[in-house]
Design a protein. Structure first.
Length: 414
């Protein structure tokens, strides 16, 4: 009999904090909620392994909510042979009560939530390499947000002190505001506040540039990430994110599974005649509220770029055709984002490029990326010129395919 069919089962609900844990050991019989057996309200996180070996049965499955240190806890417990499952952070929403909130109660509720179905939507545990890439991506996203907030504060101060609102961005914005400060009468306090914000903004821009440089270095040194750049609308940041958060693509049996993982699948809300009517008219709901929202946002931005600026590409022509058929713009954009995710699945699976249709496009894109990242950074990475970049990342993708002249000769001979 398999482990999942052995009853009763032992579950350990864990409410984890930065220094301590609250544990609830419960027995789960088939068809009923788990029943609490023992409670451990104050377990030091640093002493977790020793405590488990002394007090928690080896066959028990620990249930942890997806919080900041959940993955580290899972790794530590698995090293001593314990099974750990991580459930989504909203697992307790359906059974929480405002007047019954303590660490021990939450620990017990985690076992109940798991038994009632949270086990069907577990959080994937990334390998160490993917976890490091995710941390890098999170740092870049945070640096971008901080620079945007600093820029907005400068805008607000200019508006407050009657200065013309700056029109330039990043480093040029700093120079523009300093020039306006000299041309307009301001008090010493006003100058101090603006200069303080400008210095803060410069620091965030420097941090953002460091992340951009490091991400570009990683992308250009990673074969999977480089191959993803061939997709319309996909730049180095999205290529990095797709590899970091997809992890082992073999975990996704079909492209649709990857689409759902990123929350691009449409929600279905209807039954009876409503469901039948929606199917006939091709009506789908909004995209799923689940999935990786940060990567989903980048996929939508990539799709926007395809629809608006890459109309000569195959994907852009498909989108233009749908818009000509009076399809809603937002739905077309989401459909393009889904296609990008599906193409990414095939690339990550190692499927070869089927034809040379995208070769000229990818060549132009590689040269443009070289210019965007910057000659100095690209030289540090190992690409002395744009031509070398094309030779190393574009040409090998199409080497297995016949040249256009050879293909035409084969067709004529046939």
């Amino acid at each position: 009999m398999s482990e999942n069919m052995q009853w009763p089962r032992l579950l350990v609900g864990m409410d984890a904090h930065t220094r301590k844990l609250a544990l609830c050991l419960a027995k789960w019989n088939y068809g009923s909620d788990p029943k609490r057996q023992k409670s451990f309200p104050y377990v030091a996180l640093a002493d977790m392994e020793r405590f488990y070996l002394a007090n928690i049965p080896a066959e028990a499955t620990t249930i942890v909510e997806a919080t900041g240190n959940a993955f580290v806890i899972k790794e530590r417990l698995e090293k001593i042979g314990r099974k750990v499952e991580i459930v989504k952070s909203d697992a307790l929403e359906t059974i929480s009560q405002d007047d019954r909130i303590t660490d021990l109660i939450d620990a017990q509720k985690l076992t109940i939530a798991y038994a009632r179905g949270a086990s069907l939507s577990l959080v994937r545990h990334p390998d160490r390499g993917s976890a490091d890439l995710r941390a890098m991506f999170g740092g870049e996203r945070m640096a971008t947000k901080e620079s945007t907030r600093a820029s907005n504060r400068i805008w607000a101060l200019c508006n407050e002190y009657g200065l013309p609102l700056p029109t330039k961005s990043r480093e040029a914005r700093v120079s523009e505001v300093r020039s306006m400060m000299k041309a307009h009468p301001l008090s010493n306090w006003q100058k101090f506040r603006i200069e303080d914000e400008l210095e803060s903004y410069e620091k965030t821009l420097d941090r953002r540039a460091k992340y951009k440089k490091e991400l570009a270095r990683i992308v250009m040194g990673n074969d999977k990430m480089r191959k993803l750049l061939q997709l319309c609308g996909v730049k180095h940041l999205l290529a990095f994110a797709l590899v970091a958060y997809t992890g082992d693509v073999n975990d996704f049996k079909t492209p649709k599974h990857l689409v759902s993982y990123y929350g691009l699948n449409p929600r279905v809300n209807g039954s009876g005649e409503v469901e039948e009517r929606n199917k006939k008219k091709g009506r789908n709901g909004k995209t799923s509220k689940y999935g990786r929202k940060d990567v989903k946002t980048l996929l939508i931005e990539a799709a926007q770029s395809v629809v608006r600026t890459q109309k000569t590409s195959a994907l852009g022509k498909w989108a233009a055709k749908k818009l000509a058929q009076q399809k809603p713009y937002n739905k077309v954009v989401c459909a393009v984002a889904r296609k990008i995710a599906c193409y990414a699945w095939h690339i990550l699976k190692g499927h070869p490029v089927p034809n040379r249709d995208s070769e000229a496009f990818f060549t132009r894109k590689a040269k443009r990326i070289y210019g965007e990242i910057g000659k100095d950074v690209m030289k540090e990475i190992g690409f002395a010129s744009a031509a070398e970049l094309v030779e190393r990342i574009v040409v090998p993708l199409y080497a297995h395919l016949p040249e256009e002249g050879e293909k035409a000769a084969e067709t004529t001979a046939t």
